[in-house]
Design a protein. Structure first.
Length: 644
């Protein structure tokens, strides 16, 4: 009997219930069609015929009958249905359910493989089947979790492991003493997320583990459990300067979750800790505790040199019903410029609209510190209130304003994204300071106002190469044919980085007008990276008129290898049958680099000319050839075979 589980993937229970109803309906249909006869033992031959039926209700019923037969062949059939992604979901769900009922352990690995999929209903059923296996599945699940770099799979694996652990917690607790540190690590991760009171003592013991990852998970788990018994060892971890920063920080957060008053004093001391992350976490923890005795310490932390500590202290004060924002606003008038700057920056990070007018006053006031005023401008951009646009423009147009403040103002106008800023930003493209010009290019490009295109085109001729490269990088985002020729002119720029960016931009735009300038530039380019980018751009554009030069580059053994490989790739994008023979020649030439020959084989597959199959077959069957090359030939043959 399957145990009922509460699955946490969004609306999974509703979805699962719906599918279960659908399955019931199909079974009822099966009965009405005479496909189900519960009075007879399933006939294997008949069932094997039913499993191939086009009628889903018949196939669904057959999965249950196969499970009732229960021999090895039947299990293999069910596994095949389960892992077949082309099969209907309700049939695969039925197979997963049937596999769980059989209890055959050979199905554990296939069930786990399905957890990589992102179908809630199927994953729910598979998870329930795995839970029924218990301990035999646990080791495989932990090992798979340790090897996983797939976030969906990892999440599903942890869900199944937590579900198993609910009824078998002792097995997991024992695993915390396993000789394999990988087993201890991932067991600790699972137990940490559970927050189960039964694991309290085991997790406290795990704080002494040699593996830092195990200790870190144990700390998090103790915070999730919330038992005061964990406070003394967590304080010891937090105050131990030999522990890694992240573990000490996690300990502070865990103490905040537990909320015991014994943690107050140690946490307030951590606000001054030299380890950069610990004071930030201590500030957060003090807010989570909800203890008003922390207020004066958090008030002092608003003057910290680390703006992140300032932000988190202010937010914690808000949780303690003290306006951290108002206190930060007051600090905008502080005599200490660092305190002012951090207060201004923190207000932007918090994003509270109460800060808008005070920040504008600071920006337009008589404060002589450009860093303070620059922070005020930047924070106005982070808050993104359109009411700040006009004062920001006034500051931008002030001829006496510093470059530092102007750059921050430009950033703010970009973040707000109001069209009123377009013309003032265009005017900054003529500023004497190249950094201001570059910042204006970036802002206009990010804002995407079509009215800025002509001005950005002019910036392609800027005397500073950094401005030019920024302009070409952003112009490609505008759908306007008039940008092609001006960008093409940069293919002969004196700076290689500008030429390379121009080539890539032309490939991204994909306009046919760029082909002749690219072909001409390839003929004179000396830098490998730039030439490779130009050749790649021809492939991206896909003009047949470029095939001839691409073939020449492919066949030229004196050419850069990277250029030749890109030529091969570009030829497959062009898809021109004129390239088939040259590609075959390169692929069959054993004096050529293997990577180039592989690219040639790949391109033959993409072009899809059946005349290439003979050469590809010889390559595929040659035992003396490189395995990767032979595999590429096989794949190319398969692609060509799929083309009518």
């Amino acid at each position: 009997m399957k145990r009922a589980l509460e699955f946490t993937f969004g609306r999974s229970l509703n979805c699962k219930g719906f599918i279960k109803i659908c399955l019931l309906i199909t079974l009822v249909i099966g009965f009405s069609l005479g496909c189900v006869d519960t009075d007879k033992t399933p006939d294997k031959e008949h069932v094997l015929e039913d499993i191939k039926s086009e009628n889903e209700s018949i196939r669904l019923n057959a999965t249950e009958d196969i499970a009732r037969i229960g021999d090895e062949e039947s299990i293999d059939i069910l596994i095949g249905i389960l892992v077949d992604k082309n099969e209907a979901i309700n049939i695969r769900v039925g197979a997963a359910n049937a596999i769980g009922e059989t209890g055959n352990e050979k199905s554990i690995a296939p069930l786990i493989s399905v957890l990589e999929e992102n179908n809630t209903v199927l994953v729910t059923e598979v998870s329930e089947s795995l839970v029924q296996f218990g301990d035999p599945a646990t080791e495989m699940l932990i090992n798979r979790l340790a090897a996983s770099d797939n976030s969906v799979l990892s999440s599903n694996l942890k869900y199944v492991l937590k579900s198993i652990a609910v009824d078998d917690i002792e097995y997991f607790i024992e695993n915390l003493d396993n000789d394999d540190e990988s087993v201890r690590r991932y067991t600790a991760i699972v137990l940490a997320e559970m927050g189960d009171e039964r694991t309290l003592n085991a997790l406290i013991d795990a704080l002494d583990d040699d593996n830092a990852n195990v200790r870190s998970s144990a700390v998090q788990g103790l915070g999730n459990i919330g038992n005061k018994k964990a406070v003394p060892p967590l304080i010891q971890i937090m105050t131990n300067t030999s522990e890694p920063t992240q573990i000490r920080s996690n300990a502070a957060i865990a103490l905040g979750q537990i909320g015991d008053s014994d943690s107050l004093e140690p946490l307030t001391k951590m606000l001054k800790d030299e380890d950069w992350l610990v004071p930030r976490s201590a500030a957060v923890a003090l807010g989570e505790m909800g203890n008003s005795e922390a207020i004066p310490y958090l008030n002092d932390a608003l003057r910290d040199d680390d703006v992140n500590v300032v932000v988190k202290s202010a937010m914690s004060l808000e949780k303690l019903n003290v306006s951290g924002v108002d206190q930060l606003i007051d600090l905008l008038d502080d005599k200490d410029k660092t305190v002012q700057k951090n207060a201004a920056s923190a207000l932007g990070s918090i994003g509270d609209e109460r800060a808008i007018d005070p920040l504008i006053d600071l920006l337009e006031g008589e404060n002589e510190d450009e860093n303070v005023r620059g922070a005020a401008a930047s924070s106005l951009g982070q808050i993104r209130d359109e009411g700040a646009v006009t004062p920001l423009i006034r500051v931008l147009e002030d001829a006496n304003e510093s470059a530092t403040v102007k750059k921050n103002v430009i950033y703010a106008l970009w973040m707000i994204g109001d069209e009123r800023a377009t013309q003032p930003l265009i005017e900054r493209l003529a500023d004497e300071d190249p950094e201001i010009r570059k910042s204006a290019v970036v802002a206009l490009g990010e804002m995407g106002d079509e009215n800025a295109v002509d001005a950005l085109i002019l910036s392609l001729e800027d005397e500073n190469w950094r401005v030019r490269i920024s302009a070409v990088g952003y112009l490609q985002n505008f759908d306007d044919d008039k940008i092609v020729i001006p960008i093409s002119n940069l293919l002969s720029d004196e700076y290689w980085a500008v030429r390379k960016t121009a080539a890539r931009s032309l490939g991204s735009v994909g306009n046919q007008q760029a082909v002749p300038p690219l072909v001409e530039a390839i003929g004179v380019e000396k830098e490998q990276d730039v030439k490779t980018a130009m050749v790649g751009a021809l492939g991206d554009i896909g003009n047949e008129s470029a095939v001839e030069i691409l073939i020449q580059l492919l066949q030229d053994k004196s050419e850069f290898l990277g250029v030749r490989e890109t030529a091969a790739t570009s030829l497959r994008k062009a898809g021109n049958e004129q390239a088939v023979d040259p590609l075959i020649q390169v692929m069959l030439d054993k004096t050529e680099a293997v990577d180039l020959r592989i690219e040639a084989a790949n391109s033959l597959g993409r072009i899809g000319d059946h005349d290439a199959i003979d050469a590809l077959s010889r390559m595929s069957q040659d035992p003396n050839e490189h395995p990767t090359l032979r595999a590429a030939a096989d794949e190319a043959i398969e692609k060509i075979g799929s083309i009518p």
